[in-house]
Design a protein. Structure first.
Length: 320
């Protein structure tokens, strides 16, 4: 018996828009949501933190590996994490969607729900966006945030004598991707957790504003690998960052996945991206809460070094 699947092409452009917006409640920061030429979002601080990212089907996600809900949460998370990395609190996102006409409506619904639920983690809203026809799924997300009177925490503030700390998990998403790529059997909860981390990151959103309050002088979202991303802080600040691999936690899912695939788990921790942990630089005298783990230091010089290890490929580069 042939199964009837309702697609976005059956609804048409404005039917699709109405279906999406009907699933999106608006928070207190949104003064005017979907329905007009543009949204209006409150900016209590007087400054707006803005970040944008693009996700392409087949490069950033695969529909046979991830559900629409997973993709929605991931797309929102990587932008909301960038806002948090500036020390700001996310307020809203706007989404541009390119989708095929034969995309099932159920996939679109779960994608929308993923956007909504990830935003709900930080009290943000999906304030608007655009939709067009495309041969594959293309997602553009722009996130907005409020600094709440705090100074932005940029990449250029690291100084010799300070310490480097990380909040959030590292290596999990890379381990999950490697398992999926290898077609490994997911016959333990640890392996399933690693794959879940690839499908849906868990950024430590609250740690961004917390770091700003604690006096962090530099910070960023670890999206392309800890070594590569800390290299950006080193370059922007004109300093050298030295990492202690013994201080880096290797989570159980990473360790089990590495054993399954015969890989080095610390390599994923150092160079794997898409966990969207936060890495920050603090004055050495600051007493850090348990949510932050010191993993290195800042010294005179340039570049980045990892004690006792040679790092070949430091992280992800779209054009490498």
């Amino acid at each position: 018996m042939r199964r009837c699947v309702i697609t976005v092409g059956d609804l048409g452009e404005f039917g699709v828009i109405n279906r999406i917006t009907g699933r999106l409640p608006q928070g207190a920061a949104v003064m005017l949501g979907p329905g007009d030429d543009a949204a209006i979002v409150r900016v209590p601080d007087g400054r707006v933190v803005v970040s944008t990212d693009l996700l392409l089907e087949g490069r950033h996600f695969r529909r046979d590996w991830s559900s629409g809900y997973d993709v929605g949460r991931k797309a929102a998370a990587q932008n909301l994490a960038d806002v948090a990395a500036m020390g700001a609190v996310p307020t809203s996102i706007v989404v541009g969607l390119g989708i095929p006409a034969d995309l099932p409506l159920t996939w679109l619904d779960t994608l929308t729900d993923g956007f909504r639920d990830e935003c709900a983690e930080v009290g943000a809203s999906v304030a608007g966006g655009d939709v067009t026809r495309c041969d594959m799924v293309v997602i553009g997300v722009t996130a907005l945030g409020d600094l709440g009177g705090r100074a932005p925490v940029k990449r250029s503030g690291a100084r010799p004598g300070q310490v480097v700390a990380v909040s959030g998990r590292l290596g999990h998403a890379a381990a999950g991707w490697a398992l999926l790529e290898a077609g490994a059997p997911l016959d333990s909860s640890a392996l399933q957790q690693a794959v879940a981390a690839h499908r849906r990151p868990r950024p430590p959103y609250a740690a961004g504003p917390q770091a700003a309050e604690l006096g962090a002088s530099a910070m960023l979202d670890v999206s392309d690998g800890l070594v590569q991303d800390l290299g950006h802080i080193a370059e922007a600040s004109g300093v050298r960052v030295e990492l202690d691999p013994q201080a880096l936690a290797v989570g159980e899912p990473v360790a089990v996945a590495a054993k399954e695939l015969g890989a080095d788990p610390l390599e994923w921790v150092l160079t794997g991206g898409e966990d969207h942990a936060l890495a920050a630089v603090f004055p050495a005298e600051v007493r850090l809460p348990p949510s932050w783990q010191v993993v290195g230091r800042v010294v005179e010089g340039e570049g980045i070094a990892v004690y006792g290890r040679e790092i070949g490929r430091p992280g992800w580069d779209h054009f490498r």
